[in-house]
Design a protein around this ligand. Structure first.
Ligand code: IVH
Length: 706
């Protein structure tokens, strides 16, 4: 066939096949026999083989998989992926509705949906074609898993109808029960540990490197949220109905409700009917329908104020407690673990459950060999919710909490006002030493992920690293060729069967590790500070401290008063920092890391040379700009001390509006009497500040001349 005719036929076949996919998977209404469908697909496969340069990125053959993704690229979400606030009873739903009605002085319609129990995915469409699929990750950045996601037949590769040029669709990737059961039977045959539940299996499958295997595992998808800068709909419900027409899989189990009774009825129906669904749901999501009302309600840093999840109550089982053992965490926290007679619960077998802390054991009044009730709550880790006192043996003794660390024998301590017991031997207790190094290499810290948990364990056990500072004395020759079989726990730690894995440092692995270590020397100071693993100093706090103090010496020498002056640093954090640097071994580790070339200083925030004219101002950027990209404007706002916000509220100081600012936003700003300035006005505001910056610099020059 001529190339031009092939191009035409490929386009024709692609469209026809995708239409049949849509009819079959989304409408559940096939209009072609399996045989005829396969004939079309085979014809397309043959043509693409003959003319590989004509394969379209949205070709239905992508659904079969085949490509290998070695490393999933990290992608920053255009809109952060927030989560939902959870509620467990009618009162919390009533509170949610009351809160909303207090803010919105007009009738509110709610949309009730199923809460799919899988992993959330962000799908980006440009001119009707799926261009990117990204996992939630930490909400700000996720992994690009497009190749794998294209194998899911309910996710449209090409849209039909009058869709917007560029938008994002959010949804859930799930694994239906029949796929889950088939895979676990196969894994059992192969001697592999079974997946604990469909959600775990989905998470594992989406991150597989070989997309043909993903295709084989038959994942499914439902979409529930459309996002773009200016949505062309007034309500969520309308947006979902339009999405359905464009080719998305939208659940038919959606209800518009206006009263708590209607919402309650939806919850009650699905709490029962969920048992008949071919996939897991773990609750109901209740959302405000109207977008303008959503804007008015806004979001917290974690979740929108316009939605809530109602979580179904967990199923319960009763079983015998055999023994309580004690686990040492990364930070030395001791977690008591109940070892139980195996019992089936919500699709899995439970053998262990967390007992949280000593107070929890006391509250339960737990005795040896008690019969206990076990539940799987929101989390995957089962927990004990009560004791069956009627079945207690008369002479049974109370459970006693450990007095010494089960790993290193050190006497345990408990800080006043805290529930947890700790092993204070931070720098000498093996799980804590390894934990500290695991934290150090994390993506958000030094980002040396080629060195995972297993490899850290092996290098530690071989005596090559005793502390994170030792990582920088590793060389290719020292690690190349190391091999060890280690026992690993599955991703949920100790609560399922553990298994073994061979860890080996082959040529490429060894090279990657050494390269990553070298590259980590460029990691900015605030992340190095976070990587040190000072108790209570999280990522954000580390950033604030680094910006304020400028370098490590200032932090080491700071007193409690200096530290508590920093935003978000209270006494607890300040004392923890002082405590950390009062240990000579930590000072020595910092000295060695500094010697290795890590970054231990950065410009103080006020030192960026820019007049902080926007200090304490909360600014919303809206529309399209001529001279800046939106990101540039946002960065400029931060450079001049301002804070960016995505939604207009009474707290907004002013709005920088470009072209095409949405009418809803404009109306809201006018209602709240918020100043709107143009791009030009913003620039002249900055120019005023720049003049001041320049004159400051001139003065400094003058001073240096003297
Ligand atoms: S809406 C701002 N709708 O639940 C968040 N989420 O705990 C908007 N989920 O991360 C999410 N079914 O993965 C929404 N019908 C549904 C959902 C749903 C499941 C998941 C989603 C989200 C998590 C929140």
């Amino acid at each position: 066939m001529e190339k031009e005719s092939a191009r035409k036929r490929i386009a024709e076949l692609s469209e026809t096949i995708e239409r049949h996919n849509y009819n079959y998977y989304i409408l559940a209404n096939p209009t072609i026999s399996d045989f005829d469908f396969d004939m079309l697909l085979n014809e397309l496969i043959a043509l693409e083989k003959e003319f590989p340069e004509l394969v379209l990125p949205t070709s239905p053959t992508q659904r079969v998989g085949g490509d290998i993704t070695k490393n999933f690229a990290t992608v920053t979400h255009h809109f952060p992926m927030l989560s939902l606030a959870n509620s467990y009873n009618r009162e919390e739903i009533i509170d949610f509705i009351d809160r909303i009605k207090k803010t919105i002085n007009e009738p509110v319609t709610f949309v009730c949906e199923l809460k799919f129990d899988g992993i959330s995915i962000s799908l980006t469409y440009s001119h009707g074609e799926l261009i990117r699929a990204v996992t939630r990750g930490d909400g700000k950045q996720g992994d690009d898993v497009t190749t794998n996601i294209k194998t899911i037949r309910t996710i449209p590769l090409k849209l039909h109808g009058d869709f917007p040029d560029f938008f994002e669709m959010r949804g859930e990737v799930i694994m239906p029960h029949d796929s889950f059961n088939t895979i676990n039977v196969e894994r059992d045959d192969l001697g592999l540990p079974p997946f604990a539940n469909p959600r775990n299996a989905t998470a594992g499958t989406v991150k597989l490197q070989y997309s043909r295997e993903v295709a084989r595992r038959r994942l499914d998808n439902y979409c529930y949220y459309m996002m773009m800068d200016e949505l062309p709909f007034a309500t969520h419900y309308e947006s979902l109905m339009a999405a359905k027409k464009w080719g998305f899989n939208i659940s038919e189990h959606i209800a518009k409700c206006t009263t708590i009774d209607e919402i309650q009825q939806f919850i009650d129906i699905w709490d029962e009917k969920r048992k008949t669904l071919p996939f897991d749901i773990d609750g109901i999501v209740i959302k405000v329908d109207n977008f303008a009302q959503r804007e008015q309600l806004g979001t917290t840093s974690k979740s929108p104020r316009w939605a809530i999840a109602y979580k179904f109550k967990a199923e319960q089982a009763c079983t015998r407690l055999n023994e309580v053992t004690f686990q040492v965490g990364r930070h030395g926290t001791i977690t008591p673990v109940a070892n139980l007679d195996a019992v089936p619960l919500a699709g899995t077998t439970v053998k262990r459950a967390t007992l949280h802390n000593a107070d929890f054991i006391k509250q339960l009044d737990l005795h040896e060999k008690d019969m206990v009730f076990v539940e799987k709550g929101g989390e995957i880790i089962p927990k004990i919710t009560g004791v069956n006192l009627e079945m207690r043996e008369a002479a049974s003794k109370e459970i006693e909490f450990a007095k010494t660390c089960p790993e290193c024998g050190t006497k345990l301590i408990r800080n006043e006002g805290e529930a947890a017991w700790y092993c204070p031997n931070t720098l000498g207790c093996p799980p804590q030493i390894k934990g500290r190094m695991e934290h150090f290499i994390e993506r958000k810290a030094m980002n040396i992920e080629s060195l995972g948990e297993g490899k850290i364990a092996v290098l530690y056990e071989k005596g090559l690293i005793k502390d994170y500072a030792d990582l920088y004395s590793l060389t290719y020759d020292k690690i190349y060729g190391i091999e060890k079989i280690i026992k690993i726990e599955d991703e949920y730690g100790l609560f399922h069967e553990s298994t073994t894995r061979k860890v080996s440092f082959k040529d490429k692995t060894a090279r990657n590790i050494i390269d990553a270590l070298e590259k980590s020397k460029e990691v900015p100071f605030h992340r190095v500070l976070f990587a040190l693993g000072i108790k209570y100093v999280g990522e954000t706090t580390a950033k604030l401290i680094a910006e304020e103090m400028g370098n490590i010496d200032n932090i080491i020498n700071a007193n409690i008063e200096d530290l508590t002056k920093i935003d978000e640093v209270g006494e607890k954090i300040a004392f923890s920092i002082k405590d950390f640097f009062s240990d000579e071994r930590n000072i020595e580790a910092v000295r060695r890391l500094r010697e290795a070339g890590l970054q231990f200083e950065q410009k103080k925030k006020e030192d960026n040379g820019k007049e902080q004219i926007l200090k304490d101002k909360i600014i919303v950027v809206s529309g399209v700009f001529e001279r800046f990209s939106r990101d540039e404007i946002k960065q400029t706002i931060e450079d001049y001390g301002g804070k960016n916000s995505s939604s207009i509220s009474s707290k907004t100081s002013f709005i920088v509006a470009g072209d095409k600012m949405g009418p809803e936003k404009r109306k809201k700003a006018e209602n709240l009497n918020i100043l709107i300035i143009s791009e030009e006005e913003f620039i002249s505001m900055l120019n005023g500040a720049k003049e001041k910056d320049d004159s400051k610099k001139e003065k400094q020059k003058d001073l240096t001349l003297f």
